[in-house]
Ligand binder design. Sequence first.
Ligand code: CA
Length: 235
Amino acid sequence: MNSDTRRILLVEDEKAIRDAVAAYLERENYWVTAVADGQEALEEFSRHSFGLVILDLMLPRVSGERVCRAIRDSSDTPIIMLTAKGEVEDRIIGLELGADDYLVKPFSPRELVARVRALLRRAHVTDEPQREVLEFGELTIDVSGHKVLVAGEEIDLTASEFKLLTTLSRYPGRVYSRMELVEKVLGYDFEGYERTIDSHVKNLRAKIGDDPREPKWLYTVHGVGYRFEDPTGKE
Ligand code: CA
């Protein structure tokens, strides 16, 4: 992701929520510009390029609804709307105004970060199909550039290892059976090649320095297959 993609405009008049959300996002390596009202939000938005906007609906001076409409008039920047309980109608209006997602207060910062990540990934893939880079802590996967880096060091992977890693990492948390991985990675669709996947996983682990007894990324799901986890997505 480029630097602008990681820059987030946070618009929230409740200081406690604003501070908590900003701290959480910053911990996840996002750059946060936090403002307390709609007027400031529009000023910041016109001055800088943001990857995403988190927008409270009920705001002083200029309402979240008007801010949302103004942003939509000039850009496709993803917007997550924050609404209070009971503002159901309003949150539907929010989506009609062009917000991409919404969260009802009280929400967990972790949930918000998950939504932010998902939206940014979606927007990033759509806007720049020529460059897809996935980041999972020290592991960087430049999908289009066919490069993998661990702590900044480029790792030399075979085509199958690379395919295996990108397949698993596209959907962190999803369990893939060996058979599914055979199909996706090797392109076969018959049994008997499952052990080949085990070998590829073993080699991949050795190359990226992932200890199977204490995995950072690649987890064995006993009796089934494998799954990938994003170490930065954990609490
Ligand atoms: Ca508010």
